[in-house]
Design a protein around this ligand. Structure first.
Ligand code: ADE
Ligand code: ZN
Length: 377
């Protein structure tokens, strides 16, 4: 009899512990999702979900070889590194033809991001990809402006734009776009570099960045993860291009001198622990581990979503939670990541102070409502 009672108690005890752990997981999820965040690294084009891609193709009368979102995801399963991903990214974005397409893509993104705590977004866009297919700069900027206006009317969010130049195309094309975009320079926060990482791209784009800086535009650049010549490229974007942020930047952890310089200059690292549709064991662990190591080393590290529509529909809050699990990050790490996103955002000092206070107030209110969570790491 004693043994039976003991077994029942043990059973109930285990169940209570599991239930408490599930409840804590759910609350931690709510906590991370609700943390105010700045999204500093995402590509307008890469936010397009498979469903929206199909809807835009249909309304523009474009035949695509995919008859369902699943078929688009199958195509995305071919992506396994930066060049193979960009090949599909360029293919999918080719259905965009009208300002309304850009408006719809961006508004869908802002809604999703807002639901995961984003209160300020700095959105990359690739004008060259649209000009190559016959859109005009005016159409691109009109689409971006319409998306921003609709989002700001609907949500408490601020939005800025970063004009990207393609690293695998001639620098002269980038210079021509920079000049042609002069009427819209006031709409831009800054410029950046993306697409596949070609060797010594920092030397190639030095004159373009000098010109952009002379127009008062802020500077950032991708240094993607585990690319060839990555350490040389990190030094190049810092010393030759003079960037304030590095998109990805995770390989800074591999070079102590580089890490020292990044910290001394307060350069923001906009990490992305994303997943391709293809299963790639270790990818999340590697990236999340680098984020955690850089955070522990005191770098201005934050987490962002890059191309959420084309990488499993995982947005900023989803990625922070996945990275937390993969690298054993703490609740405090989640708070620091969110604060760093505002510390390195291109916003006024007043706005920065307001957003940082917003995070402190959010944490205090959450802890008051859930005192049992304060001790959960
Ligand atoms: N374009 C879209 N996403 C990109 C990334 N992660 N790196 C370089 N170019 C990109
Ligand atoms: Zn990117």
């Amino acid at each position: 009899m004693k043994r039976i009672i003991l077994s029942i108690c043990l059973f109930l005890g285990v169940h209570a512990t599991v239930a408490a752990a599930d409840r804590d997981d759910e609350r931690m999820r709510a906590f991370v999702m609700g943390l105010p965040k700045a999204e500093l690294h995402l590509h307008m084009e890469g936010t397009m979900e498979p469903e929206l891609f199909l809807a835009i193709a249909r309304r523009n009368g474009i035949d695509v070889p995919y008859d369902s979102p699943e078929a688009v995801k199958d195509r995305l399963r071919a992506a396994h590194d930066l060049p193979s991903f960009i090949e599909i990214y360029e293919e999918l974005i080719s259905v965009v033809e009208q300002p309304e397409d850009i408006r719809d893509i961006t508004l869908a993104y802002y809604r999703k991001a807002y639901s995961q705590g984003v209160r300020h977004a700095e959105m990359y866009f690739d004008p060259q990809l649209h000009l190559e297919r016959g859109m005009t700069l005016e159409m691109v900027f009109d689409g971006l402006a319409a998306g921003r206006a609709a989002a700001m009317q609907e949500m408490d969010i601020t939005i800025g734009f970063i004009m990207a130049f393609l690293r695998d195309r001639p620098a002269a094309d980038a210079m021509a776009v920079l000049e042609a975009a002069e009427p819209w320079h006031g709409q831009l926060l800054g410029v950046g570099l993306d697409n596949p990482e070609v060797e010594d791209f920092h030397l190639k784009f030095e004159p373009v960045f000098k010109r952009a800086a002379s127009y008062g535009l802020r500077l950032t650049s991708h240094c993607d993860v585990q690319q060839e010549h990555t350490i040389k490229h990190h030094w190049g974007v810092i010393e030759v291009l003079g960037v304030e942020r590095i998109d990805h930047g995770l390989n800074v952890i591999d070079d102590p001198e580089l890490l020292k310089e990044v910290k001394a200059r307060g350069i923001g690292l906009t990490g992305v622990p994303s997943l391709f549709y293809r299963d790639m064991p270790g990818r999340m662990e590697y990236r999340a581990g680098a984020v955690k190591a850089l955070l522990d080393a005191g770098a201005e590290m934050s987490i962002h979503s890059d191309d959420p529509g084309m990488k499993r529909g995982l947005y900023i809050g989803d990625l922070m939670l996945r990275a937390r699990e993969a690298a054993g990050m703490t609740r405090e790490d989640m708070i620091t990541l969110s604060k760093n996103s505002f510390r390195t955002a291109w916003i006024s000092e007043d706005a920065r102070a307001r957003y940082l206070r917003m995070i402190d107030d959010y944490v205090a209110a959450f802890d008051e409502a859930h005192p049992e969570m304060v001790s959960v790491p």
